[in-house]
Write a protein that binds this ligand. Structure first.
Ligand code: RB5
Length: 146
């Protein structure tokens, strides 16, 4: 799969480690930055990464800031994006099964790399349940006019 990845400065080192992990699983990376520890503003990185998922250039997004909260707020502004902040594997499983989440948000200051790798594995492997959950997703899309 093609994975769009982005972080702010708080997630920069973390992003580097996760890029290597995701590549080791055979996926292709589209890196939307940031590219150093220099302080930056997370909307500048979350938004283009989320747009690439919405445009189907990438299959999934993985976006990282200190908590994952700022990245999730920004990504969910993009039509067609269902960004989920996941703090453990169960969150990742349900984000896929119930919410058909297409962007995974991680908090570099909150979640160890070892746990983030497990969360990523689950997020990439699990599928959407559809049925009643599809009705709910359609209602979300109707709210934003897409
Ligand atoms: C940066 O200090 C921090 O505010 C940011 O990474 C993120 O946690 C915001 O939600």
């Amino acid at each position: 799969m093609k994975i769009a990845i982005a972080s702010d400065h708080a997630g920069f080192e973390y992003k580097k480690e996760l890029i290597e992990y995701i590549k080791s699983k055979g996926h292709q990376i589209l890196d939307f930055g940031t590219y150093s520890n220099e302080p930056v503003d997370y909307p500048d990185f979350a938004f283009p990464a989320a747009e690439s998922v919405a445009a189907l250039v990438a299959d999934y997004g993985v976006i990282i800031c200190g908590t994952g909260i700022g990245m999730s707020i920004v990504a969910n502004k993009v039509s067609g994006i269902r960004a989920a902040l996941c703090v453990n594997e169960e969150y990742a499983k349900l984000a896929r099964h119930h919410n058909n989440a297409n962007v995974l948000c991680l908090g570099a200051r909150m979640t160890t790399i070892a746990l983030a790798e497990k969360i990523i594995d689950v997020f990439f492997e699990e599928d959407f349940d559809g049925d009643r959950h599809m009705i709910r997703i359609e209602k979300i899309h109707n709210l934003t006019g897409i």
